[in-house]
Design a protein around this ligand. Sequence first.
Ligand code: G16
Length: 592
Amino acid sequence: PLPDAELAALIDAYPKPSRLSEYSYGTAGFRYEASLLPCAFVRMGIFTALRSASLGGEEVGAMITASHNAERDNGMKLADSHGGMLDADWEEHAVSLANAPDSKHVLALMRTLANRVGTTAPDGKFPPMVVHIGRDTRSHSTPLAELVIRSARAMGATVIDHGTVTTPMLHHFVMHANGHMLPMCIPQRCNEGGYYEIVAMSYAALLRTGGTIVGVGGGCRRLPSASTLVIDGACGIGAIKVDEFRRIFARLSDEGCTVGLPSLRVVNFPGDGPLNVDCGAEFVQKQQSPPKFYGDSASGASRQYVTSFDGDADRVVFHYEDGGGEFHLLDGDKIAVLVSSFIQDELRCIDPDGTAVKCGVVQTAYANGSSTLYLKNVVKTNVVIAKTGVKFVHAAAHHHFDVGVYFEANGHGTVLFGPKFYDFIASAEARLRGTPRHDRANIALRRLRVLPALVNQSVGDAMSDMMLVDAILFLRGWDLSTWASLYSDMPSKQAKIKVADRTVITTNDNETAATAPVALQIALQAAMDAMATQENAKDGPKPRCFVRPSGTEDAVRVYAEANTQKGADSLASEAMILIHKLCGGVGAPPQP
Ligand code: G16
């Protein structure tokens, strides 16, 4: 029987905040100003336990973080038993529980849900329930996590509290705890040690496939400009964890990794500066400018190989300053191009027709037009455009491809390997047994075999993505400038604007056009057409602009790209003026 009295007391101690009409489930779960969250978090402890019970006791997770948002915000990302985001069908149950007026309604809802999904045995007891909890470095993350832990425990769940971890680590623990997605992997310890080991060891194994051969894949050497990798940790949890990883990483050379490892230098730790302010992946990608290196005096030559993580380390972008001091960004689109072309090249060394496994890339409307053209015309891969949000791009990659690479332009992404990929590897292993190790197909097999372990298949992961990119660059003998020169981004501009109620804007499925207010899309289309005429560019993608309500911030996002920076800036500014006028802009209208 449920411990109703204990749960009711806990629920009633944290009533719904009067300042908020309704909690809603955003792009990546609940995300609000931290003081609004205790009520929802008590209920999410109940919810996670219930979700675990509904899956017959499979383990699930909750990560307390507001990722790229300002320090004052917090939120929760829910990991389902496969390690990925919560099943879409369960989001509405989470929202109902969060919005129930009081303990009586919460408990009634809980009982209805439990009966509907058959979580209770005939004696009214729940099966064993396990909930993993992680949190970022925000000051309110610990007390908020405590609330989730208390209510999950009051439900009778076993809570595994991982303390401060990155979001992708938490998802990784859950994925490994249930053994999903990784048929070829040896079971891992579902904790930080296990995580660091699998990333470091598979990275080393991938590097070693280049250590024995000369001339394959462009040289397999590390250029001086790529010998020190500087990691901007956004003053968040990623800095702490990559610093711990760095120590394990430093031991790799003692453990048989004989090729040139880069040295890792971490900057922007918590306390060096405010979280996500003027640094980190969100800042660098949106502003298209280098981060502030808080308290770090190095510059110039030592900043030729830099990555920026976001506040919970599930996104990464790369960047560098060239000899003339010009800034170059390598965003999620560039990562998608690098990773998908690497995987396809390796697959074709074994299967020259490229028919055995279906590869493809999932992007969002934010993908730069040049990247989509490059993927289609040069990499010659399939491209699908999905709605913004890992839950959508992940689902599309899973649905459409045997090897699905997904990356949002903001640096959030990973690779998913489906059953056909594993079958392909098994048959290639049988076919290539006994071939010399320097045989190109044998090398390709060893490279492909290690990828499902190096990549965090549960969710985007700054640390493992960073190591994957570094290994590919090493194997190809490239530095960031070689990678950047694959194609030139169309000039683009991103901006955001506040309106009284951002839900007045709705969009089509892949968010490339607004469906309401109708007048908005008509005006945006006219602006795009006028820009196309003005620029009169013969080749390449046409000027493009779209707007959408953010699912993580109280703002409407604007994206524009054109053949010139001036054109992109002007389209974005026109869109901001239109939004302000047609959608209830707050404050003074933006200036052209
Ligand atoms: C989250 C999601 C991302 C999404 C981003 C921005 O990132 O996980 O998929 O791109 O929010 O979403 P929106 O434009 O709706 O605000 P993070 O890193 O903040 O968790």
